[in-house]
Design a protein around this ligand. Structure first.
Ligand code: UD1
Ligand code: CA
Length: 456
């Protein structure tokens, strides 16, 4: 069977109360629509058509990495109208699956079951829910066959008691959609062209409409407001945490970890509370992440420890390194194995050599540092002259005393030694001592100033 997917994503999402198009709101670090598009692509369809309208440029831009066909629906005249806009691009022999940009957790297995029912006629994904308010209700005849979907606003009181609802997800042969969609009218309370009305048209011709139920209610939950988005986010995070634990990761608290992207872990990884992972994060074996850390697009080597309150972005941490507490590793930081970056240290575009230590209160930026270096507390690489950035090169086994300012461009060759409190502006050659500070004078018998008599 040849499959094509149409994803409806043209609505504004007024109830989000946000300038951002609804389908671009983020769930577990990815736009809602991206979840749906990637599930659709897993079905290996011939094509994915995404119907967009509100904020269409921003939506297409945000998902530009995906190979989908964008269809513009200028005016949102209803779900049936939306699907119709995509039909010219759909090949007549295909089976069409209709998904929604704001129903992000729909699962592949459920969709495969639905699609397999739709080879010879339309089939609908339904769900039986506790609170059906707002949804279209499924009407069945005495024999249990599906006869129609009635929208909440068009439903009678008796119909509103029905708890089997239309999830919106539907599959049908393209030729059925081509035949029935142009015949759907908009004579209803919302004046919209309703997609589910194709089902009653098929039934009127004596055809049967297939239906199946979603595996879990969660799969069919839509996002209409911030509250629903937050609920789905928590649910998504919970599922990811459960998966991590199944894979052997030790979480201090499954409800206090957020993965907004992908996290891969080696064996015996321990993660303390309130850690946020963003983008693509890779943790090696025996990695320990302390509480309240943020890691975005980083790789951490085997046996490294990231202590509490550290913030790492686009950084590579080698095996056995120690980072933090309170460290900030900015983009382009690379720590070779066994390096240590301690509290209140900020690094950027910095290569820190194996076993080198920057343990306290320093800024190291645009710097290449060899192995075995010791950087004293309060050392600053002065990399910016107000216009350009300059580099600092520090050779192996260099010792930089506390409170030194290293004015770049600068190089300190291997074995060089900088005395504490120095401002270094010139090259330090191999094994040299550089001191640049006023000599100390001691004045004996110094009289402290006395208090002046007050005038009034
Ligand atoms: C729809 C169904 C309802 C079902 C519910 C499930 C219809 C008429 N009703 O109602 O039976 O219970 O979903 O959540 O189908 N969209 C477009 N273009 C349009 C209209 C809508 O792209 O012209 C998109 C929206 O952006 C949204 C989706 O289609 O992603 C659903 O539209 P919405 O207006 O939210 O439909 P519901 O009233 O929720
Ligand atoms: Ca909706």
């Amino acid at each position: 069977m040849q499959l094509e997917v149409i994803i409806l994503a043209a609505g504004q999402g007024k109830r989000m109360q946000s300038a951002l198009p609804k389908v671009l709101h983020s769930l577990a670090g990815r736009p809602l629509l991206e979840h749906v598009v990637s599930t659709a692509l897993q079905l290996q369809p011939l094509a994915v058509h995404v119907v967009i309208g509100h904020g269409s440029e921003a939506v297409a831009q945000a998902l530009s990495a995906y190979n989908v066909n964008w269809v513009i629906q200028e005016q949102q005249l209803g779900t049936g109208h939306g699907v119709l806009q995509a039909m010219p691009a759909v090949s007549p022999g295909s089976t069409v699956l209709v998904l929604y940009g704001d129903v992000p957790l729909i699962g592949r297995a459920t969709l495969q079951a639905l699609v397999s029912m739709a080879g010879s006629g339309p089939a609908l994904l339904t769900a039986t829910v506790e609170d059906p308010a707002g949804y279209g209700r499924i009407l069945r005849d005495d024999a249990g066959a599906l006869v129609a979907v009635v929208e909440h606003r068009d439903a009678s009181d008796a119909q509103r008691n029905i708890r089997e609802i239309n999830t919106g997800v539907l599959a049908a042969p393209a030729r059925d959609l081509r035949e029935y969609l142009p015949r759907v009218g908009n004579d209803n309370t919302q004046g919209e062209y309703y997609l589910p009305d194709i089902l009653s048209l098929a039934v009127a011709e004596g055809r049967t409409v297939g239906s199946c139920q979603a595996e879990s209610e969660l799969e069919v939950l839509g996002v209409n407001d911030q509250l629903q988005l937050q609920r789905l986010e928590r649910e998504c995070q919970h599922r990811q945490a459960v998966q991590l634990m199944r894979d052997g990761v030790a979480l201090a608290d499954a409800s206090r970890i957020d993965v907004r992207g992908t996290l891969s872990c080696g064996t015996d990884v321990r993660i303390d509370v309130n850690v946020v992972f963003e983008g693509e994060v890779k943790l090696g074996n025996n990695v320990v992440i302390g509480p309240n850390c943020v890691l975005r697009d980083v790789t951490i080597g085997d046996g490294a420890t990231i202590h509490a309150m550290s913030h790492l972005q686009e950084a590579q941490v080698g095996s056995g390194c120690s980072v933090g507490p309170y460290a900030r590793l900015r983009p382009g930081t690379r720590l070779a194995s066994g390096a240590r970056v301690g509290n209140f240290v900020e690094t950027k575009k910095a290569d820190i050599g194996a076993g080198s230590k920057v343990n306290h209160l320093s800024y190291i930026g645009d710097c290449a540092m060899g192995p075995g270096v010791n950087i004293g507390a309060g050392t600053i690489t002065c990399n910016y002259d107000g216009v350009n950035k300059h580099r600092t090169e520090i050779g192996a086994d260099v010792f930089v005393g506390s409170n030194s300012t290293l004015v770049a461009p600068l190089s300190i060759a291997a074995g060089g030694f900088v005395a504490a409190g120095s401002t270094i502006t010139k090259v330090v050659e191999r094994d040299e001592l550089a001191v640049s500070r006023a000599r100390q004078r001691n004045i004996q018998g110094w009289q402290r100033p006395g208090k002046r008599p007050t005038e009034d």
